[in-house]
Design a protein around this ligand. Structure first.
Ligand code: ADP
Ligand code: ADP
Length: 223
């Protein structure tokens, strides 16, 4: 079944107040297993809102989110959290790595939280780091790494627990063009090698063109 399906998603902020704004006005999409889809939109169009709803970090005012064919609408908070942890990896514009831990530890910790044994989690962390070319940074803290290295570690952390879906919000938006290219290349090859699905928000039309297809978000609707 489809990895992700959104049906008629609507979102209003500050309802009933003068500052009320309807950000999403009926967004629908379906992402098949292994498909990599670009989400292209100007700043403020609602990309982050859509990704947060798709990732079960926020709820829609109307519409449905289905993960692996399962409707998540009626789920308790506990079940939503469990579904998110099991199925979804997130990458943001800024790495959000834990500053007091090394690169490897940042990838080990989410695995320990899911009950993976320490030795297995460490082996996986080092394997992931090697796959994006930053194995030599495994024992460094984020502050000792370049922006591109930090972001590649963040990609590894997102994939630590083997999600079915990667949601990325401008993953290279904070990087210079050359670094952006390296991070995007690493992200794409890891996604292709693992066969997972991805929805990747970007302003960069060249990067969008290298994904399987692009969706545009404007006026609260997807096209
Ligand atoms: P994008 O990621 O495309 O830049 P966002 O989804 O972050 O867009 O925001 C879309 C719109 O919703 C913006 O106008 C923003 O100011 C507004 N918005 C986002 N989050 C909130 C919030 N928590 N409360 C009120 N308005 C918000
Ligand atoms: P980003 O997507 O770059 O991480 P944020 O999600 O923090 O940025 O915010 C995206 C937009 O939503 C910004 O324009 C921000 O001002 C707006 N926004 C975020 N939270 C709120 C809020 N609580 N109230 C109003 N606007 C918000």
């Amino acid at each position: 079944s489809e990895t992700l399906r959104l049906e008629g998603i609507e979102k209003v902020y500050n309802r009933g107040k003068p500052s009320e704004v309807q950000v999403l006005r009926g967004c629908s999409l379906a992402i098949q297993p292994g498909e990599v889809v670009a989400l292209v939109a100007p700043s403020g169009a609602g990309k982050s809102t859509l990704l947060h709803i798709a990732g079960l970090l926020d709820t829609a005012d109307a519409g449905r989110v289905l993960l692996g064919g399962q409707d998540t609408t009626g789920l308790s908070d506990r079940k939503r959290t469990a579904a998110r942890r099991a199925d979804i990896g997130f990458v943001y514009q800024f790495h959000h790595l834990l500053p007091e831990f090394t690169a490897a530890e940042n990838i080990v910790l989410p695995q320990l939280a899911e009950g993976v044994p320490q030795a297995k989690a460490e082996a996986r962390a080092r394997e992931l780091l090697a796959s994006v070319g930053v194995e030599h940074r495994a024992d460094h803290r984020p502050s000792a790494m370049s922006g591109g290295e930090q972001q590649r570690v963040a990609v590894c952390r997102a994939l630590a627990n083997g999600p079915r879906l990667l949601l990325a919000d401008e993953p290279t938006g904070n990087l210079d063009p050359e670094t952006s290219e390296r991070v995007f290349g690493a992200l794409m090859s890891l996604v292709r090698d693992t066969g997972l699905s991805a929805l990747i928000a970007t302003h960069n039309l060249e990067l969008a063109g290298r994904m399987d297809r692009s969706l545009r978000l404007s006026d609260g609707r997807l096209a």
